[in-house]
Design a protein around this ligand. Structure first.
Ligand SMILES: [Zn+2]
Length: 64
């Protein structure tokens, strides 16, 4: 089965071709004595999602 077409990713509907993954990670802060103190970073790395850098719309791959 040829899969070339299923790997084509379309640009965002807003026209941007730049995508980010920042929404996939978190810096966790805890409020301690009235101050936000950094605890740790959480990265959801089992599934990487891409978001448009311009409008933050989630990238949706072209249908196979
Ligand atoms: Zn966009």
């Amino acid at each position: 089965m040829k899969s070339n077409q299923s790997n084509i990713i379309k640009s965002c509907e807003c026209g941007s071709t730049e995508f980010i993954t920042e929404l996939n990670s978190y810096d966790v802060y805890e409020l301690i004595n009235g101050k936000l103190e950094f605890q740790h970073s959480e990265i959801i790395d089992d599934e990487i999602n891409f978001f448009c850098r311009n409008c933050s719309k989630e990238l949706v791959n072209a249908d196979s």
